[in-house]
Design a protein around this ligand. Structure first.
Ligand SMILES: Cc1ncc(COP(=O)(O)O)c(C=O)c1O
Length: 287
């Protein structure tokens, strides 16, 4: 526990003083939504996209957005300034609020709002050089994986199974097709074409994913948003994961077998550089 400044229900207070009721529906039911927004050089990456995804998630679970985008921006800016000049990731969390324990929606609960910002450390250069290992597992999650819900028990159990096998991520297979990682979207390169599954209810619409698709299109690099079978996935020339805190990371071992020649591939190298360039431009942009 630290004394870092956080936002809770309208107040800026030290983290170690931030408390919510045990009857909060987030605590009791996991009834809430969250977002993670990276910030480089004090500027949030794709703020509007994150706000739109937040709104979509809140709408999907029928929690009304307690703040305007301008209010969210003001809170985030204040926490970024308090945290310092380093790159950061902002975690924001909204629950349906405090009410006596009953599954049905409470009549008059006020959403609980929590926001904090933490330093975002650059990805370990050794991981960029060697890549990471992952395993495939059955996607046991629910039918609304497009909602960024705080209830992450399936993702936690799946990630831990990967960790137990000395792997960094579990990549999930549903009905014979690859969906995403437990906390990441997945890309493959097959015969020179980048591929990632289309956005639907089986995966979270990652902001990093969308940016990578956009960068590929801008630079005329062949990319397809298509269903990827487990078989095609396991025989890919390259596999990458994307997320706000991991950027674009090469996966070089899958189920203890090499991906391609077991080294990060040239298409990843190119996209990684384009992603870094994009962040660098953001860092240099004035507020
Ligand atoms: C299940 C899942 N998929 C994908 C992502 C990547 O999303 P983003 O790029 O917006 O961080 C995350 C991020 O945490 C995630 O939890």
């Amino acid at each position: 526990m630290t004394s870092q400044l956080v936002y809770l229900n309208g107040e800026y207070i030290p983290l170690n003083e931030a408390k919510v009721s045990v009857l909060d529906r987030g605590f009791i039911f996991g009834d809430g939504i969250y977002e993670v927004i990276p910030a480089f050089g004090g500027k949030t990456l794709r703020f509007e996209h994150h706000m739109q995804r937040l709104q979509n998630s809140l709408d999907a679970v029928r929690i009304s957005n307690p703040l305007s985008n301008a209010q969210w921006q003001a809170i985030i800016d204040k926490l970024i300034t308090a945290t310092g000049p380093q790159d950061q990731y902002i975690y924001l969390h909204i629950t349906r609020g405090v009410a006596s324990r009953d599954h049905r929606f409470p009549d008059n609960a006020e959403p609980t709002v929590f926001v904090m910002s933490n330093v975002l450390h650059a990805v370990d250069p050794e991981l960029l050089e060697k890549g990471i290992s992952a395993v495939t597992l059955d996607d046991i999650r629910w039918q609304y994986c497009n909602i960024k819900a705080i209830a992450l028990l399936p993702n936690i159990l799946l990630r831990q199974q990967a960790v137990d096998r000395d792997a960094a991520e579990a990549i999930l297979i549903r009905d014979g097709n690859m969906t995403e990682g437990t906390a990441s979207n997945i890309f493959i390169v097959s015969n020179g074409i980048i591929k990632t599954p289309p956005k639907d209810n089986k995966l979270l619409p990652g902001i990093t994913r969308d940016l990578v698709v956009e960068l590929a299109n801008t630079h005329k690099i062949p990319i397809e948003e298509v269903t990827i079978s487990e078989k095609e996935f396991l025989s890919a020339d390259e596999i990458w994961l994307t997320s706000s805190t991991k950027d674009v990371l090469p996966i070089t071992q899958i189920n203890d077998k090499h991906v391609g020649n077991g080294k990060p591939g040239p298409v990843w190298q190119d996209m990684y550089q384009k992603y870094q360039d994009y962040k660098e431009i953001l860092r240099k942009t004035s507020n």
